[in-house]
Design a protein around this ligand. Structure first.
Ligand SMILES: Cc1cc2nc3c(=O)[nH]c(=O)nc-3n(C[C@H](O)[C@H](O)[C@H](O)COP(=O)(O)O)c2cc1C
Length: 188
């Protein structure tokens, strides 16, 4: 294991063990999903990649959500959720990029008061229908499932949302959009 290079060494940037660990974590591959929820009859959505199946019987999935995300607050109020796996084809990366802004602009550090007051409707201009329980199903998803949230498990600065799968289908063929394909990093 190379030793950390001392600060101030000419022409070199000091690396710490923490840098090595973060870099290793960045290699974890993920699928890119749009998590759908609904509040007061209005569907909304966020992009997330910390998503996985965690049980066969019952069929359960888990999603890890930032403790201050709007989506988490909505799921606590109304436990209906869809997961839409995006695909590489049909400009899936462009579609994914529409969801990168948080609903509340104030979630992004360093914004002016005026900019921080904005709220984005990430579904504006996106083609979708709603599930039986009112959550968005994207026309350009590779597949979707609809879930009933069963449990919220605290996990550091995130909350693990565990949900039972009620319905779902493959929408169209294609290759899943992944963190490896996009190069976007949400890890470390
Ligand atoms: C590629 C990518 C993956 C992300 N994955 C997650 C995730 O797994 N969990 C999470 O809470 N936020 C994730 N985020 C960040 C959220 O989309 C973002 O912070 C947003 O604030 C949460 O949305 P909301 O507040 O509008 O509900 C990811 C962002 C990007 C760009």
């Amino acid at each position: 294991m190379p030793e950390a290079i001392p600060d101030g060494y000419p022409g070199r940037v000091a690396r710490s063990r923490e840098d090595d660990v973060r870099e290793a974590m960045h290699e974890l591959p993920y699928g890119i999903y749009i998590v759908g929820s609904t509040a007061n009859g209005r569907p909304s959505a966020m992009i997330a990649d910390w998503v996985m199946q965690v049980s066969f019987a019952p069929r359960l999935v888990a999603v890890s959500l930032e403790n201050d995300s709007t989506t988490l607050a909505q799921l606590r109020a109304n436990p209906a959720m869809t997961l839409n796996l995006l695909k590489q084809q049909n400009n899936g990366m462009t579609l994914a990029a529409r969801f990168v802004q948080p609903h509340r602009a104030s979630k992004v550090r360093g914004r002016s008061d005026a900019a921080a007051g904005r709220e984005y409707d990430k579904l504006d201009g996106v083609d979708y229908r709603t599930s039986d329980r009112g959550c968005p199903i994207l026309d350009d998803a590779l597949m979707w499932v609809e879930c009933d949230v069963q449990e919220f498990v605290p996990a550091g600065d995130h909350t693990l949302v565990i949900a039972r799968v009620l319905d779902g289908e493959v929408v169209s063929s294609g290759d899943p959009l992944t963190s490896t394909f996009t190069g976007w990093v949400y890890s470390g």
